[in-house]
Design a protein around this ligand. Structure first.
Ligand code: MN
Ligand code: MN
Length: 176
């Protein structure tokens, strides 16, 4: 079956890497097995620490997307922050918490955006909406993304929803 690539933005931060992995997991839980998370650049030190802590392998590097490639974008929507070739890809889904700009598609898509502080917070809500159980490892990854994006809840983009999600996730993950 044709694969669907999932990735966050270039110069990936923890939210971009972790959200791609979490969406891959969620899609598989829902029976969509032909999905695979990628990264569009080098893993930063913080993300390296998080992945190592939860014993999760980093996603493979994606250099470009070919014409008609099916993709799902997380943690971004702007084409100039995305993969080379994104203009001609088939965008099936976006899960994001940024302004909408420099974005268009040729086909209908699933688009989920909320003005919260982290994509991890939105994915957590989607897990709950779909009645999918969150494993401690996935919860730990989501909590890490929220802590990273919110600068430990100090960022002006951080909302009460992010704090609530992070507290619940830390409990599932068994973290302090
Ligand atoms: Mn980001
Ligand atoms: Mn983010």
């Amino acid at each position: 079956m044709e694969n669907i690539f999932i990735f966050g933005h270039q110069n990936p931060d923890t939210d971009s890497i972790v959200s791609a992995l979490i969406l891959e997991k969620m899609e598989k839980e829902m029976g969509q097995n032909n999905v695979k998370a990628y990264r569009l650049g080098k893993i930063n030190k913080e993300t390296e620490y998080v992945l190592k802590h939860f014993d999760i392998a980093a996603p493979e590097l994606l250099e470009e997307v070919k014409e008609w490639q099916k993709v799902m974008m997380v943690d971004h929507n702007e084409f100039n922050q995305s993969a080379d070739g994104i203009e001609k890809a088939r965008i099936k889904m976006v899960v994001d918490h940024h302004r909408l700009a420099n974005f268009q598609t040729s086909e209908p898509l699933f688009y989920r955006a909320e003005p919260v502080g982290c994509t991890g917070t939105i994915l957590y809500k989607m897990y709950k909406e779909n009645g999918i159980e969150i494993e401690p490892t996935m919860a730990g990854l989501m909590a890490s993304a929220i802590i990273s994006d919110s600068l430990l809840f100090k960022s002006p983009t951080c909302t009460p929803e992010d704090e609530k999600a992070c507290r619940e996730l830390a409990e599932i993950a068994g973290l302090d």
